[in-house]
Design a protein around this ligand. Structure first.
Ligand code: SF4
Length: 201
């Protein structure tokens, strides 16, 4: 596992300010997302092809620590159940990789269509759904579509996509600060399930 329970605990105690700043960045994302969704009159009401079935990878230590802070607030019974689901998820995904296939699996934090760590869910879970743009320093303007439910509304992306750029920059800057403060260089590329397995080691 890339990081242990102990290392993550040390981050929470020694770098509490980074976790507070992460929450502020998430709040700004939520506000901008809500405003953009409003412009499209789009509301996520869940769907049977939930984005929680998509295998997203998360790439920052600060988000890993942020999710861990929420995980610790759950009851021992909830953690046991989530951890079991996470292990099953990881096993199924490695089988998929061995067989060179990609089948959808529900995120172990999704319970009855609700996210058990909604407040701490990572950036990509917050920004998915509506058309977006990103101004990349080398690649230039990158555009992305909405989810399939948004696409089904037949609306064009128009002139009001969500600009993800300031959120990516804020998160990257915070990540840099945390990496410098902790000296942790271990790269992060983890699904939610792999993060949870990390929390239990
Ligand atoms: S962390 Fe929450 S919002 Fe993100 S995929 Fe898992 S259940 Fe869904």
């Amino acid at each position: 596992m890339p990081l242990s329970y102990r290392q993550l605990q040390d981050i929470l105690t020694g770098q509490a300010d980074a976790i507070r700043q992460l929450q502020a960045i998430y709040a700004a994302m939520d506000a901008r997302y809500a405003a953009a969704a409003d412009r499209y009159s789009f509301e996520c009401r869940g769907c049977d092809d939930s984005c929680c079935l998509t295998r997203f990878y998360h790439h920052t230590l600060v988000e890993l620590a942020g999710l861990f802070s929420g995980y610790l607030t759950l009851s021992a019974e909830e953690r046991r159940c989530i951890s079991q689901n996470a292990q099953t998820y990881c096993h199924v995904v490695s089988e998929d990789e061995r067989r060179n296939r990609r089948t959808p699996h529900l995120c172990p934090l999704n319970r009855d269509t609700q996210c058990l760590l909604y407040r701490e869910r990572p950036m990509i879970c917050r920004l998915h759904g509506i058309p977006h743009i990103m101004r990349h320093p080398y690649k230039g303007l990158i555009t992305g579509p909405g989810c399939h439910i948004f696409e089904a509304t037949g609306q064009p992306a128009g002139e009001s996509p969500l600009d993800r750029t300031p959120h990516y920059i804020a998160l990257a800057n915070l990540e840099k600060v945390l990496r410098n403060a902790t000296g942790i260089e271990t790269p992060v590329r983890l699904t939610i399930a792999q993060m949870i397995v990390c929390f239990e080691t």
